[in-house]
Design a binder for this molecule. Structure first.
Ligand code: PMP
Length: 306
């Protein structure tokens, strides 16, 4: 049995005691908003660094607003509870991932506007092994990405992931690793749990925020970091054929970190190997998130877990 401690309704309990009513709106209709957040262990400082914690909570509260959910807790409270949860676990020497979820609790329906609470559930999760990184294959999904006038991808709602599920399982059945969705305008949007970047002639290109995407925190970081390094960045509509002809393509996200794509719809990306800039972003990202680059220390929240 896992000995993970979970925060729920202002209490820290064993994972198997963190339960919700089967009749709850989160259980019946996926009525919840959440954030996936990572923490990285630094062997020198012996601290766990949480990446972009404030941005995650800001986005969580924006997701609440879009769904007419009044958050039961303030930003400051949520941050404090996250730190308490991390400290309540035995995370010395390990990287972690944690989920913060505001959910429709108790008895209710999909239109309930009351009775929301929160859980914070951490797990141990290792960072990407850069030496052994291998790229993934992708296909353009025949499923469309949800859109702003139906089920806005800008809100990070649990129910949105059912769209990801359709695309992901279809891609797997068809023999690919991941799907790439087009928006209902036909532009490249994102993958099922990560955003997308391409590199063409040393320019970094990613779909703009009106391309039916979740406004990814990793995306925003990569854009800033690329600009800091003198790389030209374009946020714009992307055609599917631009993917096939790109020099490099990679996915990015909190869980995904940075994952190279080596083929799309069986079109090999360049020579089918992990590209130079992709490698640069991945190694730099892991350095920064684990607290080894002082220039970006202000993106990190240090937690003393001993
Ligand atoms: N798009 C989707 C659909 C996602 O689920 C995620 C993961 N949260 C991302 C993009 C990446 O977002 P972030 O960098 O904020 O984790």
């Amino acid at each position: 049995m896992s000995n993970i401690k979970v925060w729920i309704r202002k209490k820290i309990v064993d994972e198997n005691e963190a339960v919700v009513n089967v009749m709850s709106p989160t259980s019946q209709f996926g009525l919840n908003v959440f954030e996936g957040i990572r923490g990285y262990w630094n062997t020198q400082t012996e601290l766990l660094y949480i990446f972009k914690l404030e941005e995650h909570i800001d986005r969580l509260l924006e997701s609440c607003k879009l769904l007419s959910i009044e958050s039961p807790y303030t930003k400051e409270e949520i941050i404090a509870y996250i730190k308490d949860t991390v400290k309540a676990n035995d995370f010395i020497g390990t990287d972690i991932a944690l989920r913060v979820t505001i959910f429709g609790d108790g008895m209710g329906s999909w239109h309930s506007t009351e009775n929301f609470d929160m859980f914070i559930s951490p797990i141990k999760r290792k960072r990407t092994d850069v030496e052994n990184i291998k790229g993934l294959t992708a296909s353009i999904s025949s499923w469309q990405r949800i859109n702003d006038n139906a089920l806005p991808p800008r809100a990070k709602a649990g129910a949105n992931y059912i769209n990801g599920r359709y695309g992901y399982l279809q891609a797997k059945k068809d023999g690919y690793d991941v799907p790439l969705f087009l928006s209902n305008d036909g532009d490249v949007s994102e993958s099922s749990g990560a955003c997308i970047f391409i590199v063409k002639n040393d320019i970094l290109i990613t779909p703009d925020v009106t391309s039916s995407i979740l406004v990814s925190i990793t995306r925003n970081f990569i854009i800033d970091f690329a600009k800091d390094n003198g790389i030209i960045v374009e946020e714009r509509k992307i055609d599917r054929t631009e993917l096939y002809l790109a020099d490099e393509v990679f996915l990015a996200g909190t869980a995904a970190e940075i994952i190279p794509l080596i083929s799309i719809d069986k079109f090999k990306i360049k020579n089918g190997e992990v590209g130079r800039l992709t490698k640069f972003f991945l190694t730099s990202y892991l350095d920064i998130v684990s607290g080894n680059n002082s220039k970006y220390k202000n993106y990190l929240t240090a937690v003393k877990v001993k």
